[in-house]
Design a protein around this ligand. Structure first.
Ligand SMILES: NC(=O)C1=CN([C@@H]2O[C@H](COP(=O)(O)OP(=O)(O)OC[C@H]3O[C@@H](n4cnc5c(N)ncnc54)[C@H](O)[C@@H]3O)[C@@H](O)[C@H]2O)[C@@H](O)CC1
Ligand SMILES: [K+]
Length: 499
């Protein structure tokens, strides 16, 4: 299994890690809470060394308990600490109650929430952690808004209060932190949807929980993987010096309806930039000639309708269906033909929209390996749900799609999620908002196809492609993020694949 910081967890899985760690430590949960408090104090001092007055805002559970430990440890260091509590400390139980009692035993005072927060140089958000169980309302919502409106920087304990640790979905309102110190296990919700905006910089601390405890949860569906650039080198086979293009597959991009040849060209060019041996763009007859001139390395095929795609299927073929496909009769004639083949397949864009319409009338599941790459609105169409529902739990949406369609699913967006029908999932935290631009999805489709063409199994192909695409976007952004063109990502691909 991967290194500990690369493993991603749900809140329930982290609770299990906590239990195992406490059991292994002789049952002393408070010792773990003290390590949590110390870890946050260390990170806060490192990031905000000049903050003389700290304001710790504490909730009613163990997240609040961490807050009381932080207050006590910071105070012992000579920092001027004020604690504002949303629940009276006497009402806290268990380890949190003990933390509050220890704070008071050291002479610490606690001020009840009065509707506003006192002045401070640093705010510690210890209101709600992984125990968030409902929409945040009333005084809790007001307190979170007050933290966000406070002039001082904010450090969130474990999870920004109000953010779903499993989903990155804001439950009513969430703290927007400058730094989040996440404890024991990396919560997956920090890295997708609204998670990155709310969490700020994420610092992870294992609290010295032994590796064997993490290993005990391996194979559990609640545990996933954070991909990184090293995955490209790990997954892509090293090329022998004695190589020829026939070893790296033939990608057939099927798309490019009238007026949309650019999408097909981008996918085709991306496939070449990502290492496919040969690429043919099977496109509407009006474009075939011009596409060939615009990018001489691409072969083109003028397609009148469904029966002639591709002309000679072979085992090394990979079909990339959807870029610029459209939804008219021409497009509809191509979809069943492509889905019916046993060749490896990636479906995107209008290919997905037509797939949603065709689903019930087809013999299912498809025989060959395949990948679908929906953005949230396309995923919603495939699931028959709203985009908001998809975004509220991107992991669940990707897993359900993978199960229903028997496909590896790449759910695009901030924190792209890859899910396989067998329950594996991973997340890519690379990339940037400059990639929210026309054609970026077509480039990703081409890269997935290239990875399939180079022999990677569907899940590995999807993971390698997602990382390569995001890393290429980051390279392109070095010279400015906004205003990048999809072709810029294509151009950056060879550099990120050279590992
Ligand atoms: N279990 C452990 O041993 C450890 C836990 N740790 C901390 O404990 C946290 C989890 O603690 P808990 O499970 O007690 O949960 P939390 O402290 O996150 O929250 C639970 C409390 O919040 C209330 N609550 C839930 N949703 C609410 C809402 N929308 N509005 C208002 N109140 C709401 C619940 O009724 C409960 O009182 C972690 O995030 C982490 O900060 C760390 O101390 C490390 C060790
Ligand atoms: K918190």
């Amino acid at each position: 299994m991967s290194a500990i910081p690369e493993r991603l967890y749900t809140a329930a899985a982290v609770r299990r890690l906590d239990e195992l760690a406490i059991e292994a430590g002789g049952g002393d949960g408070y010792a773990l809470m003290c390590r949590a408090g110390q870890a946050v104090v260390n990170v806060a001092r490192q990031h905000f060394p000049d903050a003389r007055r700290w304001l710790v805002v504490c909730g009613a559970g163990n997240n609040g308990g961490d807050g009381y430990v932080i207050a006590r440890l910071a105070s012992a260091l000579g920092i001027d600490v004020a604690v504002v509590a949303l629940r009276q400390p006497e009402q806290l139980s268990g380890d949190a109650g003990r933390a509050a009692a220890d704070w008071r035993a050291c002479g610490g005072e606690t001020v009840p929430w009065s509707g506003e927060l006192p002045a401070a140089d640093l705010v510690i958000d210890a209101l709600l952690g992984t125990g968030l169980a409902r929409v945040v309302e009333g005084q809790w919502a007001t307190a979170i808004k007050a933290i966000n409106n406070h002039r001082a920087a904010t450090v969130s304990v474990d999870v920004p209060s109000g953010l779903g640790a499993d989903t990155g979905h804001i439950h009513g309102v969430s703290v927007s932190a400058d730094v989040t110190v996440t404890l024991v296990g990396m919560k997956r919700g920090l890295l997708t949807a609204d998670g990155p905006d709310c969490a700020g910089k994420v610092v992870f601390d294992t609290l010295k929980v032994p590796d064997t405890i993490y290993d005990a949860l391996d194979g559990d569906r609640a545990v996933g993987r954070r991909m990184d650039r090293a995955d490209i080198g790990r997954l892509l086979p090293r090329r022998r010096l004695n190589s020829h293009k026939g070893l790296f597959g033939h990608v057939v991009v099927v798309g490019g309806n009238r007026g949309m040849s650019g999408a097909a060209r981008l996918a085709g060019e991306a496939a070449l930039r990502a290492g496919a041996g040969r690429v043919t763009v099977a496109t509407h007859p009006v474009h075939a000639h011009w596409l060939n001139l615009a990018r001489p390395e691409l072969m083109t095929l003028a397609v009148e309708g469904g029966d002639d795609v591709p002309p000679q299927p072979s085992d090394s073929d990979v079909i990339a269906l959807g870029p610029g496909l459209g939804k008219d009769g021409w497009a509809r004639s191509l979809v069943p033909e492509c889905l019916g083949r046993t060749t490896a397949l990636v479906v995107d864009a209008d290919g997905l929209n037509l797939l949603a319409a065709l689903r019930d009338s087809m013999a299912w599941p498809r025989k060959g390996e395949w990948v679908i790459t929906p953005h949230p609105a396309e995923a919603a169409r495939l699931l028959g749900q709203s985009t908001a529902v998809v975004q509220a739990d991107r992991f669940a949406a990707a897993a359900t799609l993978a199960e229903q369609y028997g496909a590896v699913v790449v759910l695009k967006g901030c924190g792209t999620v890859v899910a396989a029908p067998d329950g594996r999932w991973s997340l890519c935290a690379l990339g940037n908002p400059g990639m929210a631009t026309a054609g970026a999805g077509d480039v990703l489709t081409g890269v997935v196809a290239a990875m399939l063409a180079q022999g990677l199994p569907a899940y590995d192909a999807a993971c390698a492609a997602v990382v390569a695409h995001a890393a290429a976007g980051d390279v392109a952004a070095r010279n400015g993020q906004v205003g990048r063109l999809a072709l810029d990502f294509c151009d950056a691909l060879p550099g990120v694949l050279d590992v």
